[in-house]
Write a protein that binds this ligand. Structure first.
Ligand code: NAD
Ligand code: TYD
Length: 350
């Protein structure tokens, strides 16, 4: 029986990773550690929360004592680390929270691994989930590869870059088995509606302005979240120690083109006249230091580990819209803040 600590499992990507591991590996014990910040929502996991191989632990990775106690008690075989502050706009307003969770929190986990995995570094695994934003911004051409130099611009990407460096340093210095993956922008179900796609879906649904930063010319490379979870599964099980993998869908979209496609899908799904949703598009002041373009070259992952994205973007976006329209209660709970009461009602009596 393998006991795996997944951090940030109540968030967007983490919940997909937890679901995949709990369902696919009944002989693994999955411990989901999450602080339940505004972005953590246990309602993301109601379908698996009663599974015998799943447990939730509410904890804060910035609390070194708490993390040490957990490692001492549990004897984890591996960590898959996703917990993070993840929104660029919030990092511009409050960088310190990003340093605390993304840098200090990661170092706390590494320190616990260093302390409690002593003598077993080659039998344990620390998998760090990171972002392509550490590589900085591209011009009109080129793609990020695993050897692209780090050049982060936002406080978010600077904090993730720093955490990546610490993970590598613990491999190089102490010999801990680590792997890192850097992924492009994800989309799909359970995505918190502060990020572009779920925010736009929610606003279009409610007839509210859809804010597009600047002229909408920035380019992002979008990947379906379940394809990311599948890539994490493959890399976790098959990557060699110390390796890095880039994950991406080869799917670049200018923000404005993406929003127009989304508006078209929403018009169709909501039975609106063509162009009705697009009339909500509102150009607003650009994000400070807004990276122009991200594009990921995931050739290494495709060639070495046989991973390819499974879903075309148009199909994935349509599925995503359908999920949000069918899960109105999830969306209302999140936008009203009610979801944060879920933990108290579900778990306080246990
Ligand atoms: P998210 O914001 O949806 O979820 C983050 C989770 O971490 C939440 O459940 C939150 O409660 C938890 N958390 C935050 N601070 C914590 C702390 N101090 N202690 C314990 N738990 C804490 O983020 P996401 O979009 O699911 O991203 C997950 C990971 O993937 C992050 O490391 C992020 O950098 C990385 N990533 C995200 C994307 C993307 O497109 N969203 C792309 C590439 C990489
Ligand atoms: P976001 O979803 O915040 O992800 P990231 O900043 O990590 O790439 O933003 C995706 C793109 O959409 C980015 O270029 C910023 C832009 N954007 C808007 O134009 N309007 C918005 O309301 C948001 C949240 C983002």
């Amino acid at each position: 029986m393998k006991k795996i600590l997944i951090t940030g499992g109540a968030g967007f990507i983490g919940s997909h990773v937890v679901r995949r591991f709990v369902n696919k590996y009944p002989d693994y014990e999955i411990v989901n550690l999450d602080k339940l910040t505004y972005a953590g929502n246990l309602a993301n996991l109601t379908d698996i929360e009663a599974s015998p191989n799943y447990r939730f632990v509410k904890a804060d990775i910035t609390d070194a004592v708490e993390i040490n106690e957990l490692f001492e008690k549990e004897n984890f075989d591996a960590v898959i680390h996703l917990a993070a502050e993840s929104h660029v706009d919030r990092s511009i307003t409050d960088p310190t929270a990003f340093v605390m969770t993304n840098v200090i929190g990661t170092v706390n986990l590494l320190n616990s691994a260093r302390e409690f995995w002593k003598g077993d570094y080659d039998k344990k695994r620390f998998y760090h989930v990171s972002t392509d934003e550490v590589y900085g911004a591209l011009g009109d051409t080129g793609m990020f590869t695993e050897t692209t130099g780090y050049d982060p611009h936002s406080p978010y990407s600077a904090s993730k870059a720093s955490s990546d460096h610490f993970v590598r340093a613990y491999h190089d210095t102490y010999g801990i088995d680590v792997v890192i993956s850097n992924c492009s922008n994800n989309y799909g179900s359970h995505h918190f509606p502060e990020k572009l796609i779920p925010l736009a879906i929610n606003n279009i649904k409610n007839g509210l302005p859809v804010p597009v930063y600047g002229k909408g010319e920035n380019i992002r490379d979008w990947l379906w979240v379940e394809d990311h979870a599948r890539a994490i599964d493959v890399i976790f099980h098959e990557a060699k120690t110390g390796e890095t993998y880039n994950i991406g869908g080869h799917n670049e979209w200018k923000n404005i083109d993406l929003i127009h496609l989304l508006c078209k899908i929403m018009d169709k799904k909501l039975g609106r006249a063509e162009g009705e949703s697009a009339s909500l598009i509102t150009f607003v002041t650009d994000r400070a230091g807004h990276d122009l373009r991200y594009a990921i070259d995931s050739t290494k992952l495709q060639e070495k580990l046989n991973w390819v994205p499974s879903l075309q973007f148009e199909e994935g976006l349509e599925k995503t819209v359908e999920w949000y329209l069918e899960n109105e209660e999830w969306l209302t709970n999140v936008t009203s803040g009610n979801y944060q009461k879920y933990y108290e009602t579900q778990y306080s009596a246990r």
